[in-house]
Design a binder for this molecule. Structure first.
Ligand code: ADP
Ligand code: MG
Length: 238
């Protein structure tokens, strides 16, 4: 579970084509990082995969099934955003459980899933707190917990750490990598931060102006950048 295939995917807003025809394959369990300058189409790409944005042409397949017409909640995907809204009046437990409440999941199953997420995210001792009593990093973990309980086969992260300070960002990077190895599902992580891309990715997708410039492992991009843009962006001498 967790294979993703984009074939000839494009996106236009009015007359502006912001995603050029894109083909991309993501293997089961891969940690893929989308990197590129602001405005190159990273968020649009994620939102199309998640089903939050209609694609203009092409197909999106998840685990071998075309999902173009499938509602976001039916795609087996969870997305974590840069600005995550927690409910201030609810406990951490209820914030994490929220999608399960919406889905009318039985209480025993809610306990099991929230408990498991809290363990992975080291929030076991914070479940009865309100979000206001947590640190920035803990709050971000609650937002991730809310995504985990839906047991997605693909996890999408859109610049989830950009509101955190540098030290916390470094810590969360390590935690996300650990989370990935524990959960074993595919992750697509969007960032404009080259260091994050180079340290976290199995595979990096470099985007520019709605086009994929190169796809490869951090080492491949470092040693064999396809062009000056990639070399400049990844920071290799070329
Ligand atoms: P990134 O996440 O890489 O910064 P985005 O995917 O947000 O880039 O945006 C890609 C391009 O699409 C930008 O030129 C942006 O202005 C445009 N765009 C994004 N969303 C909309 C929208 N809802 N309507 C019109 N243009 C949009
Ligand atoms: Mg964006």
């Amino acid at each position: 579970m967790g294979q993703l295939r984009l074939s000839g995917v494009t996106k236009s807003f009015g007359t502006a084509q912001v995603i050029q025809p894109t083909d991309l394959e993501i293997e089961d369990g891969e940690f893929v990082v989308f990197v590129g300058p602001s405005g190159c189409g990273k968020s649009t790409m994620l939102r199309m995969i998640a089903g939050l944005e209609e694609i203009t042409s092409g197909t999106v397949e998840i685990d071998g099934k075309v999902v173009n017409d499938l509602a976001p909640v039916k795609r087996g995907i969870s997305m974590v955003f840069q600005s995550y809204a927690l409910y201030p009046h609810m406990s951490v437990y209820e914030n994490i459980a929220f999608p399960l409440r919406v889905a009318k999941t039985p209480q025993a199953k809610v306990d099991e899933l929230v408990g498991r997420a809290a363990k992975v995210l080291k929030l076991e001792n914070r479940l009865q707190h309100r979000p206001g009593a947590l640190s920035g990093g803990q709050r971000q973990r609650v937002a991730i917990g809310r995504a985990i309980v839906r047991e997605p086969s693909v996890f999408l992260f859109d610049e989830p750490l950009s509101n955190l300070d540098a030290a916390l960002r470094a810590e969360m990077r390590v935690e996300l990598s650990r989370l990935h190895s524990q959960l074993g599902n595919s992750m697509i992580y969007v960032t404009h931060d080259q260091v994050e891309a180079m340290t976290m990715a199995d595979k990096i997708v470099v985007l520019r102006d709605g086009l994929i410039e190169q796809v490869g492992s951090p080492l491949e991009l470092y040693h064999r950048p396809a062009n000056r843009f990639v070399a400049g962006f990844i920071g290799t001498p070329n």
